[in-house]
Design a protein. Structure first.
Length: 181
């Protein structure tokens, strides 16, 4: 789910930004600071959407930068269990597929790609044995988040499934489901 969060912090403005407008300097510094920000509580930062207030700046002896008490809003993506996502397949391997669901890729294990026995071809396609449905790179798919791990905070893992009604590659959803014999 995407959220806009209001935060307040003391932002250090690097001396190289001193000649610029303070609003522009604060936005640049905030974007630098939150460019790779990931938090289990807040989510994955996408960018600064608005600077609400910039307080008076202070200089700390021995530090060339200036600090401003700043209130601002950032956009974040916080994955939630059971959330339905739309994304594009970015890679297919013999153990499953990776799907881009925004600022992060999720992984769909081969057993969760479709309700069928699935085979992997060397050309990078997953195929259902009975349904003959194919899954390949660049396919648009609807999936559901079934696992979220922040064990390594710099590289969170998202587990997805497409083995539920109305999930899977979008063209599959237009077809009548093929019944197993």
């Amino acid at each position: 789910m995407f959220y806009e969060i209001e935060l307040r912090s003391h932002i250090r403005i690097d001396p190289r930004y001193f000649g610029e407008d303070i609003n522009d300097s604060v936005i640049k510094q905030l974007n630098d600071q939150f460019e790779t920000f990931i938090s289990k509580d807040l989510g994955i930062a996408i960018g600064v959407s608005e600077v609400i207030n910039i307080g008076e700046g202070i200089i700390i002896p021995g530090d060339g930068g200036a600090y401003y008490d700043t209130t601002f809003k950032i956009l974040v993506f916080k994955p939630e269990l059971q959330e339905v996502c739309l994304g594009e397949i970015t890679d297919i391997t013999d153990f499953g597929a990776f799907i881009n669901i925004g600022p992060i890729d999720g992984m769909i294990h081969i057993s969760q790609t479709m309700d069928d026995y699935v085979t992997f071809s060397k050309s990078g396609v997953l195929t259902g044995k009975e349904t003959k449905q194919n899954l390949k790179v660049k396919d648009l798919c609807r999936s559901r988040i079934i696992a979220i791990s922040y064990k390594n905070i710099r590289d969170p893992k998202i587990g997805l499934t497409m083995r539920q009604p109305y999930m899977g590659e979008l063209s599959w959803l237009k077809e009548k489901p093929k019944k197993k014999k």
